[in-house]
Design a protein around this ligand. Structure first.
Ligand SMILES: [Zn+2]
Ligand SMILES: [Zn+2]
Ligand SMILES: [Zn+2]
Ligand SMILES: [Zn+2]
Length: 308
């Protein structure tokens, strides 16, 4: 899911002479009207990356991240980001001279005049940002990839929703269901072993979107509990358009929960720790299960609907 690298690079090199020229112009304008001296690297609103060598100058030669003030340089002019400066023990990684404490104000100023496309351009973000606000945007960009919602193992897969749905199905063998109502039985033969927490994930398609139904056992303070909750595979502003209810019971008793699905932008852990779901004490869960308390047999039913 990495943005395609090689085509990108070629475009950069091809236009580098134009870029140098643009920067020279913008510099002289800068003296009079700083706001006008903006170099747009995106080639217009739709952010076709049309140039430049300047962008490469702003890449730290050590860590290859883009540099932000303070940008440092050695007496020979080799530049370095402030993170790397801390790590190289005052020795320029390029020429091995003593680094000293020289700031590269000129490059910081050039950066200020740049506008760059969001790094999630290939995922659909068409926005262009002043150099120094680009990072902040990217942390919240709605096109940034989602993390895999599967709990129970630290899965590092990221991607857009369709990719994650396939990943859940193919790699985690998660059950997929269609429809806005559900009815699941959770059975566990040895419910007293809460330590190796059981958890289950079911994904269902409803209103053309996907929801993750989590069910798990964990220790809440001193008390062993079961918890069921729903997460929405999409952003928070969309998650809020839905509501859901969960019911569990037995022996003539019933617990009902009504809530709003949480976005998978919120980690599974975060939702669990905020207790934003149906929580069933183990004693009660075993009572619902009937029988001799040696087996957990819970039937959780639920429904999702759209709020108008
Ligand atoms: Zn660096
Ligand atoms: Zn140097
Ligand atoms: Zn963006
Ligand atoms: Zn995964």
């Amino acid at each position: 899911m990495a943005p395609g690298g090689s085509a990108f690079k070629e475009a950069l090199e091809f236009h580098s002479t134009v870029a140098d020229c643009d920067v020279a112009n913008s510099k002289s304008e800068n003296n009079i009207t700083p706001t006008k001296g903006t170099v747009v690297l995106g080639g217009g609103k739709h952010g076709v990356y049309s140039n430049n060598g300047v962008h490469e100058l702003l890449e730290c030669p050590v860590c290859t991240n883009l540099m932000y003030p303070p940008i440092h340089q050695c007496p020979n002019g080799h530049t370095l980001c402030s993170n790397c400066k801390l790590r190289v023990h005052n020795c320029c990684p390029t020429c091995r001279y003593d680094l000293g404490n020289i700031r590269c104000l000129a490059l910081e100023k050039v950066a200020e005049s740049l506008e760059l496309p969001c790094k999630f351009q290939s995922l659909g973000c068409l926005d262009i940002f002043p150099y120094y606000s680009k990072l902040k945007h990217e942390q919240h960009c709605r096109f940034r990839p989602y993390s895999c919602p599967y709990a129970g193992s630290e899965c590092s897969v990221t991607g857009d929703i369709p990719a994650l749905v396939s990943h859940l199905k193919d790699d985690h063998k998660v059950d997929m269901h269609d429809g806005c109502t559900f009815n699941h039985r959770y059975v566990k033969s040895n419910p007293h072993e809460v330590e190796n927490a059981t958890w289950m994930l079911t994904v269902f398609n409803c209103f053309g979107r996907q929801f993750c139904l989590h069910f798990e056992a964990f220790q809440l303070g001193m008390a062993p509990v079961y918890m069921a909750f729903l997460r929405f595979m999409g952003d928070d502003n969309e998650a809020k358009k839905f509501s859901y209810s969960l019911e569990v019971g037995g022996n003539g008793r019933k617990l009902v929960w009504q809530g709003i699905p949480r976005s998978i932008r919120d980690s599974h852990r975060k939702v669990r720790d905020s207790q934003d779901g149906l929580i069933i004490q183990r004693n009660l869960a075993l009572y619902f299960s009937g029988g001799d308390r040696q087996e957990l047999k819970l039937r959780v039913t639920g429904r999702v609907w759209k709020e108008e």
